[in-house]
Structure formats: structure tokens, C-alpha cells
Design a protein around this ligand. Structure first.
Ligand code: DX5
Ligand code: ZN
Length: 217
């Protein structure tokens, strides 16, 4: 059976205190950390890259790190991110010519591969890669910024994926919190990214636990 996992996005955390912010989320029950990497080209925003991830890994040895690569050339960052201690390398298929080749490179570098689609990308675009993907990410906002509203119509993609691929890990990202978790869970998502709803909560543990229970039930 599929595991329910809650992975806070640290995008809207205090990035200058990333170790403390991340440790707090993990202490409060986060199953993994979702690290949003943006290059100012694939999306109109800039965050951090592998040097920062490597420093975070030095300070936090055991947590599971996913990097969400919102970059134009994901191939370029495979080796540095593997070296930085990333466990799951999730990249967008939109700018990539040979998704299979890049996916194999990710796996050869020792990371799991996640394939992400933006809201305007049809779910059928993922179909030909389902054999190679360890996880698929259905974006529920336009990538680039935290704190946007959840796009409920993306649930059609999640439902389609779940009905065709009962065993794949399906992640949702964008506007997910206690109010929107139920429809994600019902649709079949089992890896749940949540940014502002968790990071900004006064009781992070409560929010994380509540959301995990909804996905598990
Ligand atoms: C959006 C990022 C998301 C986002 C999640 O570009 O990929 O991970 O930060 O934050 P919330 O949950 O606030 O939408
Ligand atoms: Zn993300």
C-alpha cells in the first residue's frame, strides 16, 4: 500500500535560517523536505541552488531531501545535486527534449527521479515516462511563488494518474493545506507538499499530523 507523506516546502520560510527552520519542521513530523530550486528562467523567480542544499545537508544528516527543479536545464544540476546529498530529483518535463535520458542520468547519479508538470501541461504528456519515473508531481499552482491558491481542476490529472497507475507515488504542490488536503487525498495523491500552510502555522505538528491522517484514511 502507498505511504502518505507530508513534505513541507521551505520556500516561504526564513531562508537565512534554513537549518533551524528545516529542523523545526522535521521535529514536528515532516516526512521529507521539499526544496524549491528556481533559476529565474523557467520561472520568474530565484531561490537557491546546490551550494545551499549541500550546506543544509551538512547540518541535517538524515532527512529525505527532494529538490523541485524549476529550471530550464535540469540536466545541468544532476551531478551537483547528487553530490549535495539530494534523494529525489524532481524536474519539469516541459523544457526537456529527452526526458528518458535525463531520468536515467538522475538514477545513475544515485537519486530517485520525479517528473513534474505545470498546470497547462496535459497529464498524457507523462504517460510515456511512467515506467522510469519513481514519482510524478502534478502542480496545483503555476510554479514560481508560494502562497497561491490551489487549482482544484488539477485533480482530474491526479485521478487519471491514480486510476491508470495504482502504485505510483503522486505528489501535489501548490496551495495545499488543511482546507484542500481532502480533495487531494480523495483524488489519489499520496506525497503532499505544503508550504505556507505549514511553515506559517502556530502549531506545525498539528497541521502536519492532521494532513497525514486525511491522506492515510
Ligand atoms: C511553487 C512551489 C511550491 C510552493 C508551495 O512554485 O513549487 O513548492 O512553494 O507553497 P504553498 O503551499 O504556499 O503554495
Ligand atoms: Zn515546489
Amino acid at each position: 500500500t502507498l505511504q502518505a507523506k507530508i513534505g513541507p516546502s521551505i520556500l516561504n520560510a526564513d531562508l537565512a535560517n534554513l537549518t533551524a527552520e528545516s529542523q523545526k519542521l522535521l521535529d514536528n513530523g515532516a516526512d521529507y523536505l521539499h526544496l524549491d530550486v528556481m533559476d529565474g528562467s523557467f520561472v520568474p523567480n530565484l531561490t537557491f541552488g546546490h551550494p545551499m542544499v549541500k550546506c543544509l545537508r551538512n547540518n541535517i544528516k538524515s532527512a529525505f531531501f527532494e529538490t523541485h527543479m524549476m529550471v530550464s536545464n535540469p540536466e545541468q544540476w544532476i551531478a551537483p545535486m547528487a553530490d549535495a546529498g539530494v534523494n529525489l530529483y524532481t524536474f519539469h518535463i516541459e523544457p526537456v527534449k529527452d526526458v528518458c535520458k535525463v531520468s536515467r542520468q538522475v538514477q545513475e547519479a544515485g537519486m530517485k527521479v520525479g517528473l513534474a508538470i505545470k498546470p497547462n501541461t496535459s497529464v498524457e504528456a507523462l504517460q510515456q515516462y511512467m515506467d522510469i519515473a519513481d514519482l510524478v508531481l502534478v502542480m496545483t499552482v503555476e510554479p514560481g511563488f508560494g502562497g497561491q491558491s490551489f487549482m482544484e481542476n488539477m485533480m482530474q490529472k491526479v485521478q487519471w494518474l491514480r486510476s491508470h497507475y495504482p502504485n505510483i507515488d503522486i505528489e501535489v504542490d501548490g496551495g495545499v493545506g488543511p482546507k484542500t488536503i481532502e480533495c487531494c487525498a480523495k483524488s489519489g495523491a499520496n506525497w503532499i507538499v505544503s508550504g505556507t500552510a505549514v511553515v506559517g502555522a502556530t502549531d506545525q505538528r498539528k497541521v502536519i499530523t492532521e494532513m497525514r491522517e486525511v491522506v492515510q484514511s
